[in-house]
Design a protein around this ligand. Structure first.
Ligand code: NDP
Length: 275
C-alpha cells in the first residue's frame, strides 16, 4: 500500500502550533513583525508574497509590505534593507526572489541583518547551519525534514540521494539530512549514470527543476520520494519534478504536487519568524 504524504495537513499542524506559540509569547509581551519586500510584479512572486502575508495574519503576527517598481535600482533596494535592519519593530525581513536581473541577489541577501534573515539565505546563517550551530533553518529543506519526521519515516542511517545542488534547496537539504545522521549523495547535471545513483536511495529528494523527469527507472522499490519541483504541464496543471503516475506504484511514500512540499515552505517560514 503506498502512502501519499499530506503536506497540506502537516503544514496546517505547524501553522496551528505557531499560532499557539504566538499567543503565549504575546502574553509575555513579545511581538513579531515580518517585512516583505517585492520588487516588480512577477505573477508567481506576487502570489507567494500574498500567501506569506496571509499566513502571518493567520498565526497572529504583523506584516509590512514594501512593493518597489521593477526598475528600482540596487542602491534603492539596499537602502530599504538597511532601514528595515535598523527598524526595531521589524523582527524578520524577506526579500522575495527572483529579483530583476539588474540587481545582484547575493549582494542584497548579504545586506540583510542575519538575525532578521527568516529565509535563512544569508551566508552567516548557512555557515552556522553547516557547523551545527543553532539558528534559522532554510525553509524548504526544513519543511522536508518535518514531512519525513511527522510521517514517521526514519532518517538516521538511511541512504539519501538529493538531486540538485542549488543554494536554496539541494545544498542546505544535504546539510539538514546529514544533521539527522543520514548518508548523503548529492547528484547534479554532471552526475554520470543518474539512475544508477538514485536507485541507491532509501529516501530520494528531487529538486532538479525539470517537469516529470524522474520516472520509475530512477527509483528503488519501496523508496520514499520527495518531490520539490513546481511546474505547470502542457494542460496548465501543476506538476512536480517526479512523474507521479510512474513512480507512485513502486515507492513506499511520496509527496504529491500540489499539496506536498509547497505548503511546508511557508509553514517553516512562519516558524522562523517567531524564533
Ligand atoms: P535550480 O535550477 O537552481 O537547481 C537545479 C539543480 O538540478 C541544479 O543543481 C542542476 O545541476 C540540477 N540538474 C539540472 N538538470 C539535471 C539533470 N538532467 N540531471 C541531474 N541534475 C540536474 O533549482 P532549485 O533548486 O531552485 O529548485 C528546484 C525545483 O524546486 C524547481 O522546480 C523549483 O521550482 C522548485 N522549488 C520549490 C519550492 C517549494 O517551496 N516547493 C521552493 C524552491 C524551489 P547543476 O548544478 O549542475 O546545474
Amino acid at each position: 500500500m503506498n502512502k501519499i504524504i499530506d503536506g497540506k495537513a502537516i503544514a496546517q499542524q505547524i501553522k496551528d502550533e505557531c499560532r499557539e506559540k504566538v499567543a503565549q509569547l504575546k502574553d509575555k509581551g513579545n511581538k513579531f513583525t515580518l517585512a516583505v519586500v517585492l520588487v516588480g510584479s512577477d505573477p508567481a512572486s506576487t502570489v507567494y508574497v500574498k500567501n506569506k502575508k496571509k499566513a502571518c495574519e493567520y498565526i497572529g503576527i504583523d506584516s509590512l509590505s514594501y512593493e518597489l517598481p521593477e526598475e528600482s535600482s540596487e542602491e534603492e533596494l539596499l537602502k530599504l534593507v538597511e532601514e528595515l535592519n535598523t527598524n526595531e519593530k521589524v523582527t524578520g525581513i524577506l526579500v522575495q526572489l527572483p529579483l530583476p536581473k539588474h540587481i545582484d541577489e547575493d549582494k542584497i541577501i548579504s545586506a540583510i541583518d542575519p538575525n532578521k534573515d527568516v529565509d535563512c539565505f544569508h551566508p552567516m546563517n548557512i555557515g552556522n547551519l553547516s557547523i551545527g550551530r543553532p539558528g534559522f533553518l532554510p525553509c524548504t529543506p526544513a519543511g522536508i525534514i518535518e514531512l519525513l519526521k511527522r510521517s514517521d519515516i526514519e532518517i538516521a542511517g538511511k541512504e539519501c540521494v538529493v538531486i540538485g545542488r542549488s543554494n536554496i534547496v539541494g545544498k542546505p537539504m544535504a546539510l539538514l539530512l546529514l544533521r539527522e545522521n543520514a548518508t548523503i549523495t548529492i547528484a547534479h547535471s554532471k552526475t554520470k549514470d543518474l539512475a544508477n545513483v538514485t536507485k541507491r536511495a532509501d529516501i530520494l529528494i528531487v529538486a532538479v527543476g525539470r517537469p516529470k523527469m524522474i520516472t520509475a527507472e530512477y527509483v528503488k522499490e519501496d523508496a520514499v520520494v520527495i518531490d520539490v519541483g513546481i511546474h505547470r504541464d502542457d494542460n496548465g496543471k501543476l506538476c512536480g519534478d517526479v512523474d507521479f503516475m510512474s513512480v507512485a506504484p513502486l515507492c513506499s511514500a511520496i509527496t504529491p504536487v500540489p499539496g506536498g512540499v509547497g505548503p511546508m515552505t511557508i509553514a517553516m517560514l512562519l516558524s522562523n519568524c517567531i524564533v
